[in-house]
Design a protein around this ligand. Sequence first.
Ligand SMILES: [Zn+2]
Length: 90
Amino acid sequence: MTKTQMLSPQFCPCCEKDSWQVHYEKEPVLITLGEVVVTISADYWECLDCGGTYDNPRDDYDPLAIAYAEYERITGKKWESPYMKKIRSK
Ligand SMILES: [Zn+2]
């Protein structure tokens, strides 16, 4: 994991102003998908002003897609979102 302090303030989408932030790379983050907890290597920014975090807006980075793939690897099943299940149960 790499933690990098910014050298200058940058725009934070949480509080919508320029602020000091810390960049987290390859940070293990737990995501709960139903009964299964998967660990992904997260890449995100933390705002030191408002305390908010947001995903690195890289085109090739989708934390949920990584979590779903990990879920499939562990359980051998595709993840179905509660939203999808809710529609089917009607
Ligand atoms: Zn902020």
